[in-house]
Design a protein around this ligand. Structure first.
Ligand SMILES: NC(=O)c1ccc[n+]([C@@H]2O[C@H](COP(=O)([O-])OP(=O)(O)OC[C@H]3O[C@@H](n4cnc5c(N)ncnc54)[C@H](OP(=O)(O)O)[C@@H]3O)[C@@H](O)[C@H]2O)c1
Length: 283
């Protein structure tokens, strides 16, 4: 990394990580990415790619790769892709020994493993910022197959309401925290700019793509069965459905965090759909 302020991005090939990488490069930061498969990572040429598996940090190979990936790094974007905190202690030790700052992608749900990681980070001696985003706009991509095939969304809880967050806005907040000052010890809750029910989100997808999309309410029980058949673990299925049920009676309000941190208003759900219209379009 020849440029100043080297940053290591974990999860760089994912939805959020790719935008964090793009934002860092745009800001002129040096970027390194630790990825499982460099051959398929498809990251910009300016990114220094290091092979490593976060699920194998108990083994010397991947631990060594992690240490090497931290050489010359000042800040780390930490996405932990597992539903357990196991494995994060050696990771944070390595980060604290070499870097100065960590920005952790937690979630507004603050599940048990996320809270454990947050606590470890608070005690790590690093400068830290925790991001607890609310629902991603990209969650609606799970409807894409039904919309492409039949212009319909069959789901429960059409009245569940939340302010869907564009991944580029979440990444912009992360980049400010990674490169800027004044974010040490802060916990941010980024959201999109407006609260929409799930049925309204389906309607907006139809409006933007030019093919009306119908919301067809089905029972939570039928959805639970379908998700289990798809191989989702029962506690995850129950957690997702309970969270949606709660959003019917207690909708999430927008927080204004994106604009406060980045200076630019959060992108609307309509803008997010326009950026991803191909996913919903008929072939
Ligand atoms: N969806 C929501 O509404 C929501 C809300 C709040 C918070 N969040 C949080 O956001 C995070 C998900 O972000 P995302 O959507 O960007 O994820 P994503 O698109 O699924 O990407 C996951 C990333 O983790 C990497 N990864 C997976 N296993 C790995 C391993 N063993 N070693 C190294 N890298 C590995 C993947 O790399 P490969 O290319 O190798 O697969 C990929 O880059 C989760 O922590 C979630 O809790 C989500």
């Amino acid at each position: 990394m020849t440029r100043q302020r080297g940053t290591l991005v974990l999860g760089a090939t994912g939805l959020v990580g790719r935008q964090v990488v793009a934002g860092l490069l745009e800001a002129g930061a040096g970027v390194r990415a630790l990825v499982r498969n460099p051959g398929t990572a498809c990251l910009p040429d300016d990114v220094e790619v290091v092979r490593g598996d976060l699920g194998a940090l108990g083994g010397p190979g991947d631990r060594g790769a992690l240490r090497a990936s931290l050489d010359g790094v000042e800040a780390v974007f930490l996405l932990w892709p597992f539903a357990t905190a196991e494995g994060t202690a050696p990771l944070l030790d390595a980060v604290a020994a070499r870097a100065r700052r960590v920005v952790y992608l937690s979630s507004a749900a603050v599940r048990e493993h996320e809270r454990s990681v947050e606590r470890m980070i608070e005690r790590s001696g690093l400068e830290w910022t925790v991001l607890r985003p609310h629902a991603f706009a990209a969650n609606t991509l799970r409807w894409a197959g039904q919309i492409r095939a039949e212009a319909v969304v069959r789901e429960p809880y059409g009245a569940a309401a939340m302010p869907p967050l564009h991944e580029r806005d979440l990444a912009a907040v992360a980049v400010h925290a990674l490169l800027g000052d004044g974010h040490d010890g802060a916990t941010y809750e980024p959201t999109g700019p407006e609260t929409l029910t799930q049925a309204e989100q389906a309607r907006v997808i139809g409006e933007v793509t030019g093919r009306p999309v119908r919301w067809e309410e089905i029972s939570p029980r039928a959805t639970r069965r379908r998700m289990l058949d798809l191989g989702w673990p029962p506690p995850v299925v129950d957690g997702v459905l309970a969270a949606q049920a709660a959003l019917v009676t207690a909708p999430r309000a927008a927080t204004g965090t994106v604009e406060k941190i980045t200076g630019a208003p959060a992108r609307t759900f309509r803008a997010w759909v326009a950026d991803h219209a191909d996913a919903f379009a008929t072939p």
